[in-house]
Design a protein around this ligand. Structure first.
Ligand SMILES: Cc1cc2nc3c(=O)[nH]c(=O)nc-3n(C[C@H](O)[C@H](O)[C@H](O)COP(=O)(O)OP(=O)(O)OC[C@H]3O[C@@H](n4cnc5c(N)ncnc54)[C@H](O)[C@@H]3O)c2cc1C
Length: 492
């Protein structure tokens, strides 16, 4: 029996300020034009849509800046044609055609990305993968689910549950995002401390290269067969290949669930408790530590103290032992036991983004930035990012929570807001990101933990990867020499 409580009721992204059929592109730059001959040829390969409103919708995702542009009836860039293949073979033929004719192809799933990764920066073809939705097979003995890339989270997980299995991947955007999008962005779910990130869940992949070649990667529990090519495609954001099929690792449905809440004097005490919990070998599915402001907003904390929410599920003995370690560590750090109703409040509101959307409609700048850093650097990263963001003129708040933990460090998720004048909205948004991202990198954090790079973070890739950026460029040139796959993303 399932013990999860899903709240998949996420409201739609912000509406257009007028008729989307007459929306215009906000961004300019080189474009690959689709001629009438191209459109006719492509229509012979797969389903195509050239309706203006549909094309406009495929010109944006949930990148907050583009959502605010929608209110002005603008999208970042409108593709020439939307293509919706149904099979891997159709994807293969489409890519081979576009490669021959030099047409840019930007894959998309649910377009729930928050960094503009699915924006067709060079127009061309928007390759919508959502016709490829199906759970193809379930291996109950090994616990492997084969799914087409355009399948949305609830459909995959519901099918797994009918076989007594769970994949355990529950991002806040569970209902909005596809399995292919999870893989392409190296996503993380809210139960990641037990089940891992998506890169830990992929058993094998099928993908199509720019020239139409169909490849398969992985397929064994572990290997020493050269570099792991699944990991090369994980996080490639549609720039190296189009993922068509994914085999996901699945776990038996949990027997029991346990919850707990702990209140700390300071965020630093809470970080130390999380570090000790993980280093003691306890990996509760949910281990989320909120600063005072966020704990009030997220689940009704007192607004001053840091709150740690814990939820674990699995086999009774294991989960009880895990929760006992959590309790002992928290007590040793001077925490007080919080009301378990705080966890209940979190589970009910965890996927509700309507508050953020309402602020955007009112003209607030509001966005989130997630990074990962080692335990030794966490305090400095938080201090540096919040100081840098709050120094931006118009900044109102910068708060954070720890959302995912690892043996050597954690993900910190910042939420920031500003109230600029309408004229300064965009410059303030960009200044906040720039201040936060540069401060995070300088303090030892990475560039992204699970939202990816997309368009909005591309400019920081050189700084983040250093000389390794050349390796990424070489891989790109080898796999996609004409540069047709999602041009302009990942800093490429
Ligand atoms: C409210 C909200 C909450 C969110 N919460 C989380 C969260 O908890 N955890 C998390 O990890 N993310 C979260 N996100 C971000 C987003 O949902 C993820 O990045 C998700 O993985 C994107 O999936 P998608 O199907 O929407 O992909 P899209 O946005 O359509 O595409 C994202 C990128 O993946 C590429 N892509 C998509 N499908 C394929 C494919 N089949 N082959 C190759 N490339 C492909 C696109 O080209 C693009 O570069 C959230 C977003 C929103 C709006």
């Amino acid at each position: 029996m399932s013990l999860h409580t899903f709240n998949t009721a996420i409201t739609d992204p912000i509406e257009f300020g007028g008729d989307p059929a007459v929306a215009t592109s906000r961004l300019t730059g080189p474009a690959t034009v689709i001629t009438a001959d191209n459109a006719r040829d492509i229509a012979g390969i797969c389903e195509t849509i050239d309706d203006a409103a549909d094309r406009a919708n495929h010109g944006r995702d949930w990148w907050p800046l583009s959502l605010s542009w929608s209110l002005q009836n603008q999208v970042p860039r409108i593709p020439g044609l939307v293509c919706k293949p149904r099979t891997t073979e159709e994807v293969s033929k489409l890519l081979a055609y576009c490669n021959t004719h030099g047409i840019a192809v930007t894959a998309s799933g649910g377009r729930s990305g928050v960094c503009g990764a699915a924006i067709p920066l060079r127009e061309g073809v928007a390759l919508d993968m959502t016709n490829m939705q199906s759970v193809e097979s379930v291996d109950e003995v090994s616990g492997i689910i084969e799914v087409l890339a355009g399948t949305f989270g609830p459909d995959m997980e519901d099918a797994a549950r009918t076989h007594g299995l769970t994949v355990g991947h529950f991002p806040q955007s569970f209902a909005l995002a596809t399995v292919g999008g999870w893989v392409a962005c190296r996503g993380a779910g809210q139960y990641s401390t037990r089940y891992g990130k998506i890169e830990d869940m992929v058993h094998a992949l099928e993908a199509v290269l720019a020239d139409g070649t169909i490849i398969r990667t992985g397929g064994a529990p572990a290997g020493a067969v050269g570099p792991d090519l699944s990991q090369l495609l994980l996080g490639s954001e549609g720039t190296l290949a189009v993922i068509t099929r994914v085999w996901l690792r699945a776990h038996p449905l949990p027997e029991v669930e346990r919850r707990g809440a702990y209140v700390f004097d300071t965020l630093t005490d809470g970080f130390e408790a999380c570090r000790r919990i993980i280093r003691n070998g306890a990996t509760p599915a949910v281990l989320r530590l909120y600063d005072g402001a966020e704990s009030k907003r997220s689940h009704g904390g007192n607004g001053t103290n840091a709150t740690l929410l814990v939820l674990d599920e699995g086999t009774e003995q294991l989960i009880d032992a895990t929760m006992a370690i959590v309790h002992d560590v928290c007590m040793s750090m001077g925490a007080t036991v919080g009301d378990v109703a705080l966890v209940e409040a979190w589970t009910h509101h965890r996927n509700d983004t309507s508050g953020l959307q309402a602020l955007t409609r009112k003209g607030y700048v509001v966005d989130t930035m997630e990074i990962a850093a080692n335990w030794a650097d966490l305090d400095n990263v938080v201090e540096a990012v919040e100081t840098a963001m709050l120094a931006v003129p118009g900044a109102r708040s910068s708060t954070c929570h720890l959302s995912h933990s690892y043996i050597e460090g954690a993900c910190i998720y910042f939420t920031f807001a500003a109230t600029p004048s309408a004229e300064e909205f965009e410059s303030t948004y960009l200044a906040l990101w720039d201040a936060g991202q540069r401060a995070a990198l300088a303090a030892g954090a990475n560039l992204s933990h699970h939202h990816g790079i997309g368009y909005s973070r591309s400019q920081y890739m050189e700084q983040a990867l250093g000389t390794s950026m050349q390796v990424l460029r070489s891989v790109k040139n080898a796999l996609d020499p004409k540069g047709i796959l999602n041009p302009g993303k990942l800093g490429l």
